[in-house]
Design a protein around this ligand. Structure first.
Ligand code: ZN
Length: 375
Protein backbone atom coordinates (compact mmCIF):
# COMPACT_ATOMS: atom_id res chain seq x y z
CA UNK A 1 0.00 0.00 0.00
CA UNK A 2 1.20 3.50 -0.78
CA UNK A 3 0.57 6.97 0.56
CA UNK A 4 1.94 10.43 -0.10
CA UNK A 5 3.38 12.79 2.51
CA UNK A 6 2.13 16.23 1.49
CA UNK A 7 3.37 18.14 4.54
CA UNK A 8 5.89 17.41 7.31
CA UNK A 9 6.56 19.47 10.45
CA UNK A 10 8.87 18.82 13.42
CA UNK A 11 7.02 18.54 16.74
CA UNK A 12 9.50 18.25 19.64
CA UNK A 13 11.34 14.97 18.95
CA UNK A 14 8.79 13.68 16.41
CA UNK A 15 7.60 14.59 12.93
CA UNK A 16 3.95 15.18 12.04
CA UNK A 17 3.05 14.04 8.54
CA UNK A 18 -0.08 15.08 6.66
CA UNK A 19 -0.78 12.25 4.23
CA UNK A 20 -2.96 11.28 1.26
CA UNK A 21 -3.71 7.59 0.67
CA UNK A 22 -3.20 6.29 -2.86
CA UNK A 23 -5.22 3.54 -4.62
CA UNK A 24 -7.84 3.37 -1.83
CA UNK A 25 -5.38 2.00 0.77
CA UNK A 26 -6.47 1.30 4.38
CA UNK A 27 -6.16 4.39 6.55
CA UNK A 28 -4.38 4.50 9.92
CA UNK A 29 -7.06 4.58 12.67
CA UNK A 30 -6.74 7.67 14.95
CA UNK A 31 -5.78 7.32 18.63
CA UNK A 32 -8.67 7.96 21.03
CA UNK A 33 -11.43 7.87 18.39
CA UNK A 34 -14.40 6.09 19.98
CA UNK A 35 -12.23 5.57 23.08
CA UNK A 36 -10.08 3.16 21.10
CA UNK A 37 -6.32 2.89 20.53
CA UNK A 38 -4.95 3.99 17.17
CA UNK A 39 -2.99 2.00 14.61
CA UNK A 40 0.79 1.65 14.53
CA UNK A 41 2.97 0.65 11.60
CA UNK A 42 5.73 1.83 9.33
CA UNK A 43 6.10 4.34 6.56
CA UNK A 44 9.29 3.90 4.54
CA UNK A 45 12.06 3.73 7.18
CA UNK A 46 9.99 5.55 9.80
CA UNK A 47 7.68 4.14 12.49
CA UNK A 48 4.22 5.55 13.08
CA UNK A 49 4.16 6.24 16.84
CA UNK A 50 0.78 8.02 17.11
CA UNK A 51 -2.14 9.02 14.90
CA UNK A 52 -3.96 12.27 15.71
CA UNK A 53 -7.75 12.76 15.50
CA UNK A 54 -7.43 14.20 11.95
CA UNK A 55 -5.57 11.09 10.82
CA UNK A 56 -2.16 12.81 10.62
CA UNK A 57 0.76 10.53 11.45
CA UNK A 58 3.45 11.14 14.07
CA UNK A 59 6.75 9.65 12.84
CA UNK A 60 9.89 8.84 14.82
CA UNK A 61 12.21 10.19 12.09
CA UNK A 62 12.28 12.80 9.38
CA UNK A 63 11.13 11.85 5.88
CA UNK A 64 11.02 13.99 2.74
CA UNK A 65 7.74 14.79 0.97
CA UNK A 66 6.65 12.19 -1.59
CA UNK A 67 5.23 8.70 -2.06
CA UNK A 68 6.05 5.86 0.40
CA UNK A 69 5.13 2.21 0.91
CA UNK A 70 3.40 1.77 4.28
CA UNK A 71 2.36 -1.07 6.57
CA UNK A 72 -0.27 -1.19 9.31
CA UNK A 73 0.37 -3.59 12.21
CA UNK A 74 -2.64 -5.86 11.71
CA UNK A 75 -1.82 -8.11 14.71
CA UNK A 76 -2.09 -5.08 16.95
CA UNK A 77 -5.33 -4.06 15.21
CA UNK A 78 -6.70 -7.58 15.86
CA UNK A 79 -5.85 -7.37 19.59
CA UNK A 80 -7.51 -3.93 19.71
CA UNK A 81 -10.53 -5.54 18.03
CA UNK A 82 -10.63 -8.28 20.71
CA UNK A 83 -10.45 -5.79 23.58
CA UNK A 84 -12.97 -3.50 21.95
CA UNK A 85 -15.46 -6.27 21.08
CA UNK A 86 -15.15 -7.44 24.70
CA UNK A 87 -16.49 -4.04 25.72
CA UNK A 88 -19.62 -4.66 23.58
CA UNK A 89 -20.12 -7.97 25.44
CA UNK A 90 -19.58 -6.44 28.90
CA UNK A 91 -21.91 -3.50 28.12
CA UNK A 92 -24.61 -5.75 26.64
CA UNK A 93 -24.48 -8.19 29.55
CA UNK A 94 -24.72 -5.50 32.24
CA UNK A 95 -27.53 -3.76 30.33
CA UNK A 96 -29.52 -7.02 30.17
CA UNK A 97 -28.79 -8.08 33.74
CA UNK A 98 -29.09 -4.77 35.66
CA UNK A 99 -30.19 -2.23 33.01
CA UNK A 100 -26.90 -0.33 33.38
CA UNK A 101 -25.97 1.96 30.49
CA UNK A 102 -22.34 2.31 29.52
CA UNK A 103 -21.31 5.88 30.27
CA UNK A 104 -17.61 5.72 29.38
CA UNK A 105 -15.02 3.59 27.63
CA UNK A 106 -11.28 4.03 27.33
CA UNK A 107 -8.75 1.68 25.82
CA UNK A 108 -5.11 1.78 26.91
CA UNK A 109 -2.00 -0.12 25.82
CA UNK A 110 -2.12 -2.20 29.05
CA UNK A 111 -5.83 -2.40 29.93
CA UNK A 112 -9.23 -0.95 29.05
CA UNK A 113 -11.91 0.60 31.27
CA UNK A 114 -15.72 0.76 31.04
CA UNK A 115 -17.85 3.01 33.27
CA UNK A 116 -21.33 2.25 34.64
CA UNK A 117 -23.58 4.68 36.53
CA UNK A 118 -24.12 2.59 39.66
CA UNK A 119 -22.04 1.73 42.70
CA UNK A 120 -23.95 -1.56 43.18
CA UNK A 121 -21.39 -3.12 40.84
CA UNK A 122 -18.68 -2.67 43.47
CA UNK A 123 -19.26 -6.18 44.71
CA UNK A 124 -16.81 -9.06 44.26
CA UNK A 125 -19.70 -11.49 43.62
CA UNK A 126 -21.09 -9.35 40.78
CA UNK A 127 -17.63 -8.91 39.27
CA UNK A 128 -17.07 -12.69 39.37
CA UNK A 129 -20.44 -13.21 37.71
CA UNK A 130 -19.48 -10.66 35.01
CA UNK A 131 -16.21 -12.50 34.35
CA UNK A 132 -17.89 -15.88 34.13
CA UNK A 133 -20.70 -14.69 31.85
CA UNK A 134 -18.42 -12.76 29.48
CA UNK A 135 -16.09 -15.76 29.24
CA UNK A 136 -19.11 -18.01 28.62
CA UNK A 137 -20.24 -15.79 25.72
CA UNK A 138 -16.67 -15.77 24.36
CA UNK A 139 -16.68 -19.59 24.45
CA UNK A 140 -20.02 -19.78 22.60
CA UNK A 141 -18.30 -18.77 19.34
CA UNK A 142 -20.94 -16.15 18.49
CA UNK A 143 -20.76 -14.64 15.03
CA UNK A 144 -20.08 -10.90 14.82
CA UNK A 145 -21.35 -8.96 11.80
CA UNK A 146 -20.94 -5.31 10.93
CA UNK A 147 -24.02 -4.05 9.06
CA UNK A 148 -23.78 -0.84 7.04
CA UNK A 149 -27.18 0.82 7.28
CA UNK A 150 -28.80 4.15 6.46
CA UNK A 151 -29.92 6.26 9.40
CA UNK A 152 -33.53 5.30 8.62
CA UNK A 153 -32.78 1.56 8.53
CA UNK A 154 -30.77 1.76 11.75
CA UNK A 155 -33.52 3.80 13.43
CA UNK A 156 -35.99 0.95 12.81
CA UNK A 157 -33.99 -1.57 14.84
CA UNK A 158 -35.78 -1.82 18.16
CA UNK A 159 -33.17 -3.97 19.86
CA UNK A 160 -30.40 -1.39 19.46
CA UNK A 161 -28.68 -1.17 22.87
CA UNK A 162 -28.12 2.59 22.63
CA UNK A 163 -29.90 5.19 20.50
CA UNK A 164 -27.86 6.63 17.64
CA UNK A 165 -26.25 10.02 18.20
CA UNK A 166 -27.50 12.89 16.03
CA UNK A 167 -23.88 13.79 15.34
CA UNK A 168 -23.44 10.72 13.12
CA UNK A 169 -24.09 11.48 9.45
CA UNK A 170 -24.18 9.16 6.42
CA UNK A 171 -23.99 5.35 6.64
CA UNK A 172 -24.14 3.84 10.11
CA UNK A 173 -22.16 0.75 11.12
CA UNK A 174 -24.15 -1.50 13.41
CA UNK A 175 -22.26 -4.29 15.18
CA UNK A 176 -24.40 -7.41 15.62
CA UNK A 177 -23.37 -10.24 17.96
CA UNK A 178 -25.97 -12.84 16.90
CA UNK A 179 -29.16 -12.31 18.95
CA UNK A 180 -27.16 -11.13 21.97
CA UNK A 181 -26.39 -7.50 21.11
CA UNK A 182 -26.75 -4.80 18.47
CA UNK A 183 -25.02 -1.45 18.76
CA UNK A 184 -23.85 1.29 16.41
CA UNK A 185 -20.03 1.53 16.43
CA UNK A 186 -17.21 2.58 14.11
CA UNK A 187 -14.32 0.83 15.92
CA UNK A 188 -12.45 -2.43 15.24
CA UNK A 189 -14.18 -5.75 15.85
CA UNK A 190 -13.39 -9.40 15.31
CA UNK A 191 -15.55 -11.94 13.50
CA UNK A 192 -16.32 -14.37 16.31
CA UNK A 193 -16.40 -14.01 20.09
CA UNK A 194 -14.19 -17.13 20.33
CA UNK A 195 -11.23 -15.18 18.89
CA UNK A 196 -11.07 -13.21 22.16
CA UNK A 197 -10.01 -16.33 24.05
CA UNK A 198 -9.83 -14.91 27.55
CA UNK A 199 -11.34 -12.04 29.55
CA UNK A 200 -10.25 -10.88 33.01
CA UNK A 201 -11.36 -8.02 35.25
CA UNK A 202 -8.13 -6.69 36.76
CA UNK A 203 -9.66 -3.99 38.98
CA UNK A 204 -12.83 -2.04 39.74
CA UNK A 205 -13.35 1.18 41.67
CA UNK A 206 -15.66 4.09 42.42
CA UNK A 207 -15.08 7.25 40.34
CA UNK A 208 -16.87 10.63 40.39
CA UNK A 209 -19.02 9.58 43.40
CA UNK A 210 -21.63 7.53 41.49
CA UNK A 211 -19.76 5.59 38.80
CA UNK A 212 -18.17 2.14 38.88
CA UNK A 213 -15.13 1.84 36.62
CA UNK A 214 -14.29 -1.70 35.54
CA UNK A 215 -10.68 -2.35 34.43
CA UNK A 216 -10.19 -5.37 32.19
CA UNK A 217 -7.89 -7.19 29.79
CA UNK A 218 -8.84 -9.47 26.92
CA UNK A 219 -7.07 -11.64 24.34
CA UNK A 220 -3.27 -11.58 24.37
CA UNK A 221 -3.19 -8.92 27.13
CA UNK A 222 -5.16 -11.25 29.43
CA UNK A 223 -2.91 -14.24 28.65
CA UNK A 224 0.22 -12.15 29.23
CA UNK A 225 -1.21 -10.87 32.50
CA UNK A 226 -1.89 -14.45 33.63
CA UNK A 227 1.61 -15.54 32.56
CA UNK A 228 3.27 -12.66 34.41
CA UNK A 229 1.20 -13.05 37.59
CA UNK A 230 1.76 -16.81 37.54
CA UNK A 231 5.53 -16.20 37.46
CA UNK A 232 5.31 -13.71 40.32
CA UNK A 233 3.34 -16.12 42.50
CA UNK A 234 5.65 -19.01 41.53
CA UNK A 235 8.68 -16.99 42.66
CA UNK A 236 6.88 -16.09 45.90
CA UNK A 237 6.16 -19.74 46.70
CA UNK A 238 9.87 -20.54 46.24
CA UNK A 239 10.94 -17.57 48.37
CA UNK A 240 8.50 -18.51 51.13
CA UNK A 241 8.81 -22.31 50.75
CA UNK A 242 5.04 -22.52 50.58
CA UNK A 243 2.20 -23.64 48.37
CA UNK A 244 0.16 -21.05 46.43
CA UNK A 245 -2.65 -21.38 49.00
CA UNK A 246 -0.25 -20.66 51.87
CA UNK A 247 1.41 -17.54 50.38
CA UNK A 248 -0.87 -14.93 52.00
CA UNK A 249 -0.76 -16.58 55.43
CA UNK A 250 3.03 -16.77 55.22
CA UNK A 251 3.28 -13.08 54.30
CA UNK A 252 0.95 -12.16 57.18
CA UNK A 253 3.18 -14.19 59.50
CA UNK A 254 6.34 -12.46 58.24
CA UNK A 255 4.79 -9.01 58.63
CA UNK A 256 3.69 -9.83 62.19
CA UNK A 257 7.17 -11.20 63.01
CA UNK A 258 8.78 -8.11 61.51
CA UNK A 259 6.59 -5.84 63.61
CA UNK A 260 7.51 -7.57 66.85
CA UNK A 261 11.24 -7.69 65.92
CA UNK A 262 11.23 -3.96 65.14
CA UNK A 263 9.68 -3.28 68.53
CA UNK A 264 12.22 -5.51 70.28
CA UNK A 265 15.12 -3.90 68.41
CA UNK A 266 13.93 -0.41 69.26
CA UNK A 267 13.88 -1.32 72.94
CA UNK A 268 17.44 -2.72 72.66
CA UNK A 269 18.65 0.46 70.91
CA UNK A 270 17.11 2.47 73.71
CA UNK A 271 18.91 0.52 76.44
CA UNK A 272 22.17 0.39 74.52
CA UNK A 273 22.00 4.13 73.88
CA UNK A 274 21.70 4.78 77.61
CA UNK A 275 24.92 2.81 78.30
CA UNK A 276 26.73 4.36 75.33
CA UNK A 277 25.76 7.88 76.39
CA UNK A 278 27.33 7.34 79.84
CA UNK A 279 30.59 6.33 78.12
CA UNK A 280 30.44 9.25 75.66
CA UNK A 281 29.82 11.71 78.49
CA UNK A 282 32.82 10.32 80.43
CA UNK A 283 35.05 10.77 77.36
CA UNK A 284 33.69 14.18 76.27
CA UNK A 285 36.16 16.74 74.92
CA UNK A 286 36.47 19.60 77.39
CA UNK A 287 37.12 23.18 76.36
CA UNK A 288 36.70 25.70 79.16
CA UNK A 289 33.24 25.16 80.57
CA UNK A 290 32.08 23.29 77.49
CA UNK A 291 31.86 19.55 77.09
CA UNK A 292 31.70 18.24 73.53
CA UNK A 293 30.65 14.74 72.51
CA UNK A 294 31.78 13.54 69.10
CA UNK A 295 30.20 10.38 67.69
CA UNK A 296 31.27 9.40 64.17
CA UNK A 297 28.10 7.52 63.23
CA UNK A 298 24.48 8.09 62.25
CA UNK A 299 23.07 4.83 63.60
CA UNK A 300 19.80 4.06 65.39
CA UNK A 301 21.13 4.86 68.87
CA UNK A 302 21.53 8.56 68.01
CA UNK A 303 17.74 8.88 68.09
CA UNK A 304 17.95 8.61 71.91
CA UNK A 305 20.82 11.11 72.39
CA UNK A 306 18.50 14.02 73.28
CA UNK A 307 17.00 11.83 76.02
CA UNK A 308 20.27 10.61 77.56
CA UNK A 309 22.59 13.57 76.96
CA UNK A 310 21.26 16.79 78.47
CA UNK A 311 22.07 19.66 76.13
CA UNK A 312 22.44 22.08 79.07
CA UNK A 313 25.90 20.72 79.80
CA UNK A 314 26.89 18.94 76.61
CA UNK A 315 27.20 19.73 72.94
CA UNK A 316 26.87 16.78 70.54
CA UNK A 317 28.27 16.44 67.03
CA UNK A 318 27.45 13.19 65.29
CA UNK A 319 27.24 11.85 61.76
CA UNK A 320 29.03 10.28 58.80
CA UNK A 321 29.06 10.27 54.98
CA UNK A 322 28.21 13.95 54.57
CA UNK A 323 25.20 13.87 56.93
CA UNK A 324 25.76 15.46 60.37
CA UNK A 325 23.74 16.66 63.33
CA UNK A 326 24.90 19.29 65.81
CA UNK A 327 23.04 19.86 69.10
CA UNK A 328 24.34 22.65 71.30
CA UNK A 329 23.38 25.56 73.54
CA UNK A 330 26.99 26.75 73.68
CA UNK A 331 26.84 28.23 70.15
CA UNK A 332 24.10 29.34 67.78
CA UNK A 333 23.83 26.29 65.47
CA UNK A 334 22.51 28.46 62.61
CA UNK A 335 25.76 30.41 62.75
CA UNK A 336 27.70 27.18 62.18
CA UNK A 337 25.87 26.70 58.89
CA UNK A 338 26.49 30.34 57.87
CA UNK A 339 30.17 29.93 58.71
CA UNK A 340 30.50 26.84 56.50
CA UNK A 341 28.76 28.68 53.66
CA UNK A 342 31.07 31.66 54.05
CA UNK A 343 33.97 29.24 53.65
CA UNK A 344 32.53 28.31 50.24
CA UNK A 345 30.91 24.95 51.11
CA UNK A 346 27.55 23.96 49.68
CA UNK A 347 25.44 23.17 52.76
CA UNK A 348 21.97 21.62 52.71
CA UNK A 349 19.70 20.85 55.63
CA UNK A 350 18.56 23.14 58.41
CA UNK A 351 17.24 23.45 61.94
CA UNK A 352 17.24 26.05 64.69
CA UNK A 353 19.69 27.75 67.05
CA UNK A 354 20.10 24.65 69.27
CA UNK A 355 19.92 21.80 66.76
CA UNK A 356 20.88 21.62 63.11
CA UNK A 357 21.19 18.95 60.43
CA UNK A 358 23.95 19.55 57.87
CA UNK A 359 24.36 17.79 54.56
CA UNK A 360 27.80 18.76 53.38
CA UNK A 361 30.65 17.02 51.60
CA UNK A 362 33.34 17.21 54.35
CA UNK A 363 34.45 15.01 57.24
CA UNK A 364 33.35 15.37 60.87
CA UNK A 365 36.77 16.72 61.99
CA UNK A 366 36.28 19.86 59.88
CA UNK A 367 32.87 20.46 61.47
CA UNK A 368 34.36 19.97 64.96
CA UNK A 369 37.14 22.41 64.05
CA UNK A 370 34.72 25.18 63.04
CA UNK A 371 32.48 24.42 66.02
CA UNK A 372 35.43 24.92 68.39
CA UNK A 373 36.24 28.31 66.83
CA UNK A 374 32.65 29.45 67.48
CA UNK A 375 32.78 28.63 71.21
ZN1 ZN B 1 -17.41 -1.31 18.69
Amino acid sequence: MKLKIVELTKEKDRYLAVVEYLDGGIEFYPDGKGGQLGDRGSLGEAHVVEVDREGNLFLDMELGLGVYEYLIDMDRRCEIGKNHTTQHIISAYLKKKYDYDTVGFRMGEEYSTVDFPSLDLIDSGKIKDLEEEVNRIIGKDMNIEVLELSREEAGQIESLRKSISDKIVGKIKVVKIEDFDMNACGGFHIQSTKEIGLFKVVNYEKVKKTITRVYYKAGKLAYEDYYEKHNIIKKSTTQLSSTVEEVNDKIDCLLEENKSKTKELSSLYHDYSELLCEKLKANAKIQGENKIIIYKKNDAVTKFFPKFIGNEKYSVIHGEDGNFTVMSRAINCGELKNNLEELGYIVKGGGNSTRINLRIDINIEKIVDIFMKLL
